[in-house]
Structure formats: C-alpha cells, structure tokens
Write a protein that binds this ligand. Structure first.
Ligand SMILES: Nc1ncnc2c1ncn2[C@@H]1O[C@H](COP(=O)(O)OP(=O)(O)OP(=O)(O)O)[C@@H](O)[C@H]1O
Length: 580
C-alpha cells in the first residue's frame, strides 16, 4: 500500500510560500493502476516527483507498506521505476543494448544467463522482442515509450511511475501503451501510477485521480468520474473544475472520500475473486531481513564503471560523424603546426670568436646574430604556443558537452542507482584516452618534422597536461552548467581567451597579468615547454618576448592544480540534483 497523508510540496515564489501540491491524501493498494489527470499546470508531474522522492515533501508523510518514507528512508532504487517524459535511451544503441546496459547498471545479476533471462523477460513483457536489434533512433514514438518502460522494468520495481508516456501518440499506440501499463499492474502486486493528459481509455484504470491547482478534487473508480462532477462526458470535467476554486473542490472531496474508497475496495475484491488481479501476500515484506532478501542488489562500482565505459566507446564508434571529426582534428592539427615550423628549424647564428677587421663589420655581425636569434626565437615560441592552443581547443571539444549533453539520462540513471563516482570515472578514463592520443600524436608528429630543441619528454608532458587541464576544466563546466549549449559556449570563450591572455603574443599590463595568469593553462604549458629548451634556443626566445617565464616545476604544479580543480567541479556538478 502506498499512502499519502496531507503531503505538500512548497516552493518560494516572490518571497511567499506556494503549495504546488497541497495536502494530498491518498491510499493506493498493491496491484493498482491509477491515472493522474487534471488541466495543464495543475501539478501532476510535481505530485509524481514528490511520490518518487525527487521533490522532498514540505509537510505530511508518505508511507510504503506502513513504512514512513521520510523517517525510515526512501524506497530502494530498484523498488521504484520512473519513466520520464523524455527519452532515456541513447540513439546509436539498439533496443537490446539499451536494455542490457540498463540491467547491468541497476541489477546485480548472478551470471550471464541470469542477465539474458532478465533482458528476454522485459523484452517480452513490453512487446519489443521482434525489434530487439533495431537502433533506438529509428523507433516510432510508441516503441520508444515501450523501451523507456522496459528499461525501468529490469529491476522489477514494485512502484512504477509514468509521466505522460502516451502523449503525442496516435490513438491506437496510446491504447496499446495504456493496456500494457494495465497488464504490468496485474502482476506481483505492482502499483502503476500514470500521469496523462488524455481522458481516453479511462476504463482501463482502477482509479482516476483528478488534480486541480495542486489539490485532489477526486479519486475514485473511472465510471464514477462523470457522476461525481455531474457532467455528461469526461471531456467536460476540466471546464467544470474551473467553475469553483480548488479549495472548495478539495473540501467537498474530503467529505466523499471514504464512500469512494469503499467502492474502490469492493471492485478490487471482485477482481481478485475473478482472478483478473493477482496480489501476492504482503506479510513477507514486513520484516527488514525479509525485505532485504527479496530486494534487488545494485551492482558495485567497478561493474557500473565497466558497463558505462563499454557503452561510451560503443556510442563513440557508432557516431561516424564524431569519429571522423576526431580523426580530422587529430591528423590535421599537427600538420597545421608543421607548416609554420620551418623557421624554428633554422640554426641560430653566433658571434665569431676571432677579432673582426673593423667596428662596422663587428656591428653588422651583431645585428645579423640578433636578427637570427629573433627569427628563430619567435618561430620556436610560436610553434610551441600553436601546439598548446590547438591542444586546448581539442580539450574543450573533448568534454564541453560530455555531461551536459546527456544530463537528463544521467539524472535518470542516478535515480536508478548509478553511482556518480562510477559515472565520472568512466568519463575521466574515456577522455584520458582521447587526451593521450591527441597530445602524444601532436608532440611526436611535430617533433618528427621540427625537432624540439630541448628536453622533448618534458615538452610532451606539458602538451599532455595542457590538453588534460582544458579537458578537465571543460568537463567541470559541462557538469555545472544546466544545458549543453551553455557549457559549449563557456568552453569556447575559455579557449578563445587562452592565446591573448597567455602573454606569448603580447605582454599584458602587469596589474592585469597578475590576476589573469593563474587561470591561463596555455601560459603554464607554453612557459614550461620554453623552459625545457636548450639554453641557446631559450635565450633566443627570451630575446623576443616581454613576458616573464616561470620555472617548469612550478608550471607542472599549476597545470596539475587546474586538472584537480576541473575534476572537483565535475564531481560537485555530477552529484548535484539537476533533474530539470
Ligand atoms: N521546482 C519548481 N519551481 C517553481 N515552479 C515549479 C516547479 N516545479 C513545477 N513548477 C510549476 O508548478 C506548476 C505545476 O507543474 P507540473 O509540471 O507539475 O504541472 P503538470 O500538471 O504536470 O503540467 P502539464 O500537464 O502541462 O505537464 C507549473 O506552473 C510549473 O511551472
């Protein structure tokens, strides 16, 4: 039994408290299929989220089998299924792969046979067996809704919450989905609550809850709705609701509640007696030990991590556009750098040791040496900065959308028991592979055509670090921002400011530089790499720059700090609840 006692969900609006759900009192027995209907904006989704625990109730209490959920803790992630309005599957995966990933993330299975059995069961239950190999992106609206349901059913939830799963469907698909939900509530005492706009097929529900401005206006058998509201047709219910304030509807409903619950109870008993409703005994779930024995265990950290990683690589390789873009960037960017590397290869002239015949010749030689130093110094510094900037760009391209672009799915999976740490670790490992491939290739390729005139391993380390720092910072941005567009835009600006604020092209005024420098990863990677040059080339670079250099050890620490800050932001952002 799910029971709500005077449950409120309150928000602060213009300094005032507003109840989006106002003293909702309900009793929903096991094996029950209930529709939540009401005019747009009346609080249907808000009520569903309050039941799910996504909106913590401000007042009142929720009980599950007599257990106070506010005091004794929420339902286990596996006990509750929530099918949201948005799609929770990745387009490039197939139906089968989506259900498999969902099972591996939510259910600790005994072996591969157990896993296959679970997948086959939900495929069959939701009528998806015939299209198990089909990619999600080609599914019809109705098939996508079935898939959303299937992905929730993998843990065999006792409470299934569905938000507008029939909206936008043609009448036939809508009836099929409502019929499916009805069937799902007939087994194992599962409660199915479905928010819907549609007043069609009400006869398939056990009860109808009519909400008005966050308040319960009616909750009873479907055939009683028109009688209760004294209307000829269900379509007339919403206009009727508008004829009086919601508190009047609420108080008049409270007077009739017991009588209607009596009717619901009698029709339930008839269904059980007729064998159309099967509700197993509840006694076994009364003790905590028994509950634990029956509950589905969530997989461990490493199991979730490996599922996420294999899914990420699969999605990456299925997205041809993404693979081609990565390859194009990987191959073209280093080529671009080598086009400018000619002058960096030239030798640097030195003053001859022998005495010159005249002062004029000596002077000309000094000028020539200075020019040669300037030319090579600028080229070497420019080539290093070019590499650093391109790797910063790759870093931002790697991760700016990585979390923000799939946030709703991540939130949904978190609700289903996914550990944020497993999720973030999978992102870090995936991105680290990209960073290593991009940076090593950039360093080695450019070094092949234009030999780094100094400690190449140190230079390579700074290339890795700058790409890693920008990838980590943009991953943090991706986790903190609300949308993928915001995250992309901010990341692009961040990269855009790297070159002008690095000081490699133009020295900044000192009072500005003091504040900007700590944040500019490109400066630290450039300065560290320049510091690793052999002394003659280093002096040539110093002769053309006004910006001061920093010892490479300090550069190393600052870049590591940037990576740390980026990952910390990603961790904080991933843990934050951001369902909407
Ligand atoms: N967290 C929130 N903060 C402020 N307002 C909110 C919040 N959540 C919901 N609302 C507002 O509460 C009202 C009820 O929203 P809800 O989404 O529950 O309605 P609904 O009945 O499901 O609507 P629809 O049928 O159009 O989907 C709306 O006016 C919505 O803008």
């Amino acid at each position: 039994m799910l029971e709500l006692q005077d449950v409120c969900f309150t928000i602060q609006k213009d300094g005032e408290s507003v109840n989006l759900v106002d003293r909702a009192t309900l009793k929903i027995p096991r094996g029950h299929f209930m529709a939540i209907v009401g005019p747009s904006g009346c609080g249907k989704t808000t009520l569903l989220k309050t039941i799910a625990g996504l909106n913590p109730e401000s007042e009142g209490a929720l009980f599950w089998e007599g257990r106070n959920l506010s005091e004794d803790g929420d339902l286990e992630a596996s006990e509750i299924g929530y099918v949201p309005q948005f799609s929770i599957a990745y387009d490039p995966l197939t139906v089968d792969e989506s259900i498999e990933a969902s099972t591996r993330l939510r259910v600790r299975t005994d072996d591969s046979e157990d896993l296959d059995r679970r997948i086959d069961r939900v495929l069959e239950e939701t009528g998806l067996t015939a299209i198990a190999d089909r990619p999600v992106k080609v599914l019809s609206g109705g098939q996508k809704r079935r898939l959303g349901l299937a992905m929730e059913l993998v843990s065999d939830p006792k409470l299934l919450l569905c938000d507008e799963v029939t909206s936008g469907l043609d009448p036939r698909s809508e009836r099929e989905i409502v019929r499916l939900l009805h069937d799902l509530s007939r087994r194992d005492g599962r409660i199915v609550l479905s928010v819907t706009h549609s007043l069609a097929h009400l006869e398939l529900y056990d009860s109808i809850l009519v909400l008005h401005e966050g308040r319960v206006a009616f909750h009873g058998p479907p055939e009683q709705v028109t009688h209760y509201f004294s209307v000829g047709d269900t379509e007339e219910v919403y206009p009727k609701l508008a004829t009086q304030p919601s508190d009047r509807w609420q108080s008049s409903w409270l007077k009739h509640q017991e009588a209607y619950y009596g009717k619901l109870e009698r029709s339930r008993e008839r269904a059980i007696a007729a064998g159309t409703l099967h509700v197993p005994e509840v006694a076994a779930e009364d003790s905590d030990e028994e509950r634990e024995a029956h509950s589905v265990e969530t997989p461990g950290f490493f199991a979730q991590l490996s599922t996420l990683l294999s899914r990420r690589w699969r999605i990456f390789f299925r997205d041809r556009g993404q693979v081609l873009l990565q390859l194009a960037i990987l191959l073209c960017f280093p080529v671009l750098v080598t086009l400018f590397a000619d002058k960096a290869n030239e030798p640097i002239m030195s003053l001859s040791d022998s005495k010159q015949e005249s002062q004029l010749v000596e002077f000309r030689e000094a000028i020539a040496v200075q020019e040669s130093q300037g030319k090579v110094g600028s080229a070497v510094s420019g080539v290093i900065m070019f590499q650093v900037i391109l790797l910063s760009l790759m870093g931002s391209n790697n991760s700016a959308r990585e979390i923000a672009g799939e946030r709703p799915i991540f939130e949904k999976e978190k609700f289903g028991g996914l550990r944020p740490m497993a999720y973030l670790s999978s992102k870090v490992i995936f991105l680290a592979c990209l960073v290593i491939a991009q940076s090593v290739w950039m360093g080695v390729f450019v070094n092949f055509f234009s030999n780094f005139r100094g400690e190449f391993p140190e230079h390579l380390m700074f290339l890795l670090l700058v790409n890693g720092a920008m990838t980590a910072i943009c991953l943090g941005i991706s986790a903190v921002m609300r949308t993928a567009e915001q995250a992309s835009l901010l990341s692009i600006y961040l990269v855009g400011f790297q070159l002008p604020l690095s000081g490699a092209v133009l020295a900044l005024p000192e009072h500005i530089e003091r504040f900007t420098r700590p944040f500019i990863s490109a400066y630290w990677a450039w300065s560290g790499s320049v510091d690793a040059l052999e002394s003659k080339v280093l002096n040539a670079v110093k002769s053309v720059i006004d910006t001061s250099l920093t010892a490479h050890t300090a550069c190393l620490y600052v870049l590591l700090l940037h990576i740390g800050v980026g990952l910390l932001a990603a961790w904080i952002g991933s843990r934050r609840h951001q369902w909407d």
